[in-house]
Design a protein around this ligand. Structure first.
Ligand code: FEO
Length: 398
């Protein structure tokens, strides 16, 4: 794939990672692969905005070579330290040792501790600019979106925002722009990305978007560091981020569970019937069979969640625990929740689930429902009613 012209004298020189299926270690499933987007800006001075994951360095360098001699690069802007964007910087600096690396103070510290290089580094902060000739790079610090070092780069001449991870999606494709790909797939991947990587920082996201809106920056294109570039309607993803960050969701319910010998599953399925009887959309996920990252994405867009587990060793099944841990970390906003589960003698699973729901900041809207051993006919009816009442509560919310 050749370099792609993004705008006049601005080129995509990144890499497509078609085969990656797990990101951030094994914490995020990337069913559709990803891209590492790097952008080359050719002006009187030449700047490379971000780079690619280390194993793709040569691929990026070959793309740069098709446009200019890499030794001519004057600036390497590191919007973010994380290795999927900085991994190729050492290789670029071998070819362009005179290039200045640009980033925040925390970026400087982070890159030093990753690569131990003696680089010519220029620290920038919000409002600082670097003139390239016809255009200037303007920097906007974006701490904790999603690392302390994170920064956006803005080019007024092109009304182009380069926000690194923000507004990205893990989507490998031979296409580079939003109007060239399936919109549903694109928004699904953007939502999954937000839910799994940025959800915890929702308050900061609202503040950062408001800050940029107050600056009155004209933005006609958003070019993130993963996935496609938003050029047909960049407002769409900004509005989606605001909606997700505010905790806006559909009146939809997830039932997420695991079961040892089928009792908790019987409960879950009766609850589904109860929810459905109220005309509310519901999705059922048994944890070992469903991908955690996919469920988290669905939770972003659902108002309520019921979580169930059989009891083992006075707690939840080991298959349920990682999901609870992830929710506690992400702290989903404005979610209604309740716990359920079966037990044999002492119980304990629902207590563990409720503690997690509280730590995750969710509103527990009903006491947990438990069943000893196997649910009988009356208990199945109770599960049905439990689901039905939960659905009523969800539909009553604004
Ligand atoms: Fe895509 Fe935070 O790195």
């Amino acid at each position: 794939m050749p370099p792609i012209k993004v705008l006049e004298n601005i080129f995509w020189v990144g890499a497509v990672d078609w085969n990656i299926r797990h990101f951030h270690g094994f914490t995020y499933s990337t069913h559709r692969g990803t891209t590492y987007n790097a952008y080359l800006i050719v002006d009187k001075k030449t700047a490379l905005i971000d780079s690619v994951y280390g194993p793709f360095a040569e691929e990026m360098i070959e793309r740069i070579r098709e446009i200019i001699d890499p030794s001519k690069i004057d600036y390497v802007v590191a919007n973010h330290v994380e290795t999927d964007h900085s991994g190729a910087i050492p290789e670029i600096l071998k070819l362009a040792p005179q290039a200045k690396v640009i980033g925040t103070a925390r970026c400087k510290e982070g890159l030093q501790k990753h690569y131990f290089g003696n680089w010519d580094f220029q620290v920038v902060k919000t409002g600082d600019e670097i003139n390239l000739g016809e255009r200037s790079l303007r920097f906007i610090e974006a701490p904790m979106l999603h690392w302390p070092d994170s920064m956006f780069t803005y080019i007024e001449k092109d009304a182009l925002l380069l926000p690194n991870d923000a507004f990205g999606q893990h989507l490998a494709t031979s296409k580079r722009f939003d109007d060239e790909v399936d919109e549903k797939i694109l928004m699904d991947e953007a939502a999954k990305y937000y839910a799994n990587i940025l959800w915890l920082f929702s308050s900061l996201i609202i503040r950062k978007i408001e800050e940029i809106q107050k600056l009155g920056l004209k933005i006609e294109m958003i070019a993130p560091s993963h996935g496609i570039i938003w050029r047909s309607n960049p407002t769409k993803i900004v509005e989606a981020y605001l909606s997700w960050a505010k905790g806006e969701a559909e009146k939809k319910i997830l039932v997420v569970y695991d079961t040892m010998w089928g009792s908790t599953e019987k409960m879950a399925k009766a609850m589904i019937e109860g929810i459905t009887s109220e005309g509310v959309e519901v999705m059922l996920f048994r944890l070992p069979f469903s991908d955690r990252g996919d469920i988290i994405k669905e939770l972003l867009e659902a108002k309520g969640i019921l979580i169930g587990s059989s009891t083992i060793n006075s707690g939840v099944l080991p298959t349920v625990a990682p999901f609870l841990e992830e929710m506690q970390g992400l702290r989903p906003r404005n979610k209604m929740a309740a716990a359920f589960g079966s037990y044999g003698w002492g119980g304990g699973a629902v207590k563990t689930i409720e503690e997690s729901l509280k730590k995750a900041g969710m509103e527990i809207v009903a006491p947990a429902l438990t069943v000893k051993w196997v649910p009988d006919k009356d208990e199945i009816q109770k599960c049905f009613e439990f689901g039905k009442e939960f659905a009523k509560k969800v539909t009553k919310t604004k």
